[in-house]
Design a protein. Structure first.
Length: 239
């Protein structure tokens, strides 16, 4: 299942000029940062280790400029951003969801890179210009975090970018509904009170504990999920 997509058109290898254009974009950003924000962050995190270190400060400045909606003078960072795609090569990056993964990991990135790492990073940044102003203010910090990431592009990166300890498809697609279900609230429940959240959390914790019949192998995962569900609902109450 396709969750987000970033299509980039860029200068072919060995071409004398460096040009960049956006293609098809599927970038849902609600609830923030959304699958679109996760994909853009992953594209940056995946490719920035191969970008010249001297260019990284200007990359962060470009993110800020795009977030503010300012006019970006071209060329920028050795590339000219344009609309025309004539003569350009194509790269395609996707975030996909898997319906049946035994290990419980439901999200995966697919990178089909045929341009330079810098072009991929710039494409992800310029894609933010296509978003509404309110969304730009949410996604820009995600790109800053991605540009500072040191580690594999996988579940740990998703958790880092999403600000969530749980990285399943359902928890990211609708965190509140997932949290209500995890704590055993009836379908259709509005945001419960903090007291109700605490009571449900304690009940569910007793149920998953090995001393009360819970599976000792799955107990640590269940505890982590219940704690994240409580955090999501408590944040909703405060919000």
């Amino acid at each position: 299942m396709l969750l987000a997509e970033l299509e980039l058109w860029h200068t072919r290898p060995l071409a004398p000029t460096r040009r960049l254009s956006l293609g098809n974009l599927v970038l849902p950003v609600d609830p923030a940062p959304g699958f679109g924000g996760l994909l853009l962050g992953a594209v940056v995190a995946r490719h920035i280790p191969d970008v010249d270190d001297d260019l990284v400060p200007d990359i962060h400045r470009l993110i800020d400029q795009v977030e503010a909606g300012g006019r970006v003078l071209q060329p920028r960072l050795r590339h000219r951003f344009q609309v025309d795609r004539h003569g350009l090569g194509r790269s395609l990056h996707q975030l996909v969801g898997h319906a049946d993964v035994g290990a419980g990991e439901e999200l995966g990135f697919e990178f089909d890179t045929h341009g330079s790492p810098l072009a991929m990073v710039l494409g992800a940044i310029y894609a933010v210009e296509r978003l509404e102003e309110s969304s730009r203010h949410v996604i820009a910090p995600v790109l800053h975090r991605a540009a500072r990431w040191h580690g594999p592009v996988g579940p740990s990166l998703i958790a880092h970018l999403a600000g969530s300890a749980i990285t399943t498809l359902s928890s990211l697609a609708d965190p509140r509904a997932w949290a209500l279900e995890m704590l055993g609230f009836p379908l259709g429940t509005a945001v419960p009170s903090k007291r109700e959240i605490t009571a449900r959390f304690r009940t569910r914790m007793r149920e998953v504990h090995p001393d009360h019949g819970g599976d000792s192998v799955d107990a640590s995962t269940a505890v982590r999920e219940l704690a994240e569900a409580r955090r999501i609902l408590n944040d909703a109450v405060r919000g």
